[in-house]
Design a protein around this ligand. Sequence first.
Ligand code: BES
Ligand code: ZN
Ligand code: ZN
Length: 475
Amino acid sequence: MTNLAIKEQTAGKETLVYLVDQQTDIAALDCTTAEQTYLQQKISNKNEVIVLNRYDQIIIVASFKQDTADYLTLENCRLTGVSVTKQLNHLKISEVTVINKSDWDKAVLPFVEGMALTNYQFLKYKKEAAKQKNSLTQINVSKESTTAEAIAELQHIIDGVQAARTLINEPLSYLTARQLSKEIKALGETAGFSVKVFEKSRIKAEKMGGLLAVNAGSQDPPTFNILEWKPKKAVNKQPIILVGKGVVYDTGGLSLKPTKGMDIMKCDMSGAAAVIGAFYALAKNKLPLHVVGLIPATDNRPGETAYVPGDVIQMHSGSTVEVLNTDAEGRMILADALSYAKSYKPQLVIDMATLTGSALAAIGTDALAFMGTADEEVKETMKQCGFEVYERLVEFPLWEEYGKMLRSDIADLKNIGGRFAGCITAGKFLEHFTDYPWIHIDLAMAWGFEGKGYRGKNGTGAGVRLFYQFLKQMV
Ligand code: BES
Ligand code: ZN
Ligand code: ZN
């Protein structure tokens, strides 16, 4: 964990980070003439980290590039933070104080965000964990650079992202559906949101046929989790609902996935993790908004009693689905959650899911696929938030023709479309179970394959910051 704090006064020989841009008056920095000359040579309009290694103190000068749009410059600040954290850990430094010397007030928070997010590690299963631990534990920000409230808010957002990452990184041997429910409860207690868990008997009573079908091949029972944050001063009358795909492991079921690529399928609850992380930040920061989270959770396995291709399943909504591929399981469990959401008469429902390989194929891991029936204005706000947190959204259409691809000979619809547009037909399938303003996000950014930037390798926690930013906008 990385702790953030406000620093009233800097004194002594502590490690300092000066955040600067090209406009910064280098002569005003507390540096020797030789250092100033050196800095003047080095600083140009790009992201650059310069270490002044004095015999009794380390000064880091972090310079960010001013870009053609604010949101790009915000991202440059985060990326500069990435290099600084790497340097600090390389130098075995544990505590640092950041001072914003640039003209841009907005620079310091994303910079610290980039630093703290880069510092995340998942060492639970490492014998040598202590040795591999990052040295950096404390990031202070000078009181001139920001406010205590802003730092506290950022801390909670970062903790929400880290919690999401850890849930994603936990393997199936630990994180079964039931364990996921326990983790949600624990986080609920810490952050102050309430959690209700339906066990299998209740799920049966609710007739959540999609969730039960996906779970049929598993040794472990499913759970259906309801998170709620309902502050007295909520500005909305009808709740906003966040739905997250909680497939704790996706083997594909009887439509088994090949080994290559299956290993990362512990990430198939990243949508759920995003909802959980966002709830953590939302409750900790006490946003005056009534929000409900719905998380159907199970693994998808080819057990003896597994649902089979050709099966017809009656869903929570009453509709029947012809299952033509058991690997299209996410939509089966989300459909039940979306249908359950109707009972809340929601203002808006947003679901997030690692739903299709097709989304990945279309837009790669640097964006999220997005579609929905909500008002243009709401969708525009969402897109704007995507730019601000740099989890950018690409909108796909929900044209009628795509819906036709889901027609079944014997049931109300089938669970896969044709060869093409898999990401959209998945969205069309979900749309069938909604009767309220709705947004669907296919979380192509869930897994860091290469480990670039502050998202890191493995579970990225993408979606948490997007959800939080959006909810904040709604206030
Ligand atoms: N969980 C996968 C989608 C996925 C694949 C997420 C790779 C992240 C990385 C989902 O359940 C799935 O298997 N989808 C199928 C649907 C198909 C059978 C219609 C897919 O996209 O191949
Ligand atoms: Zn699947
Ligand atoms: Zn899946």
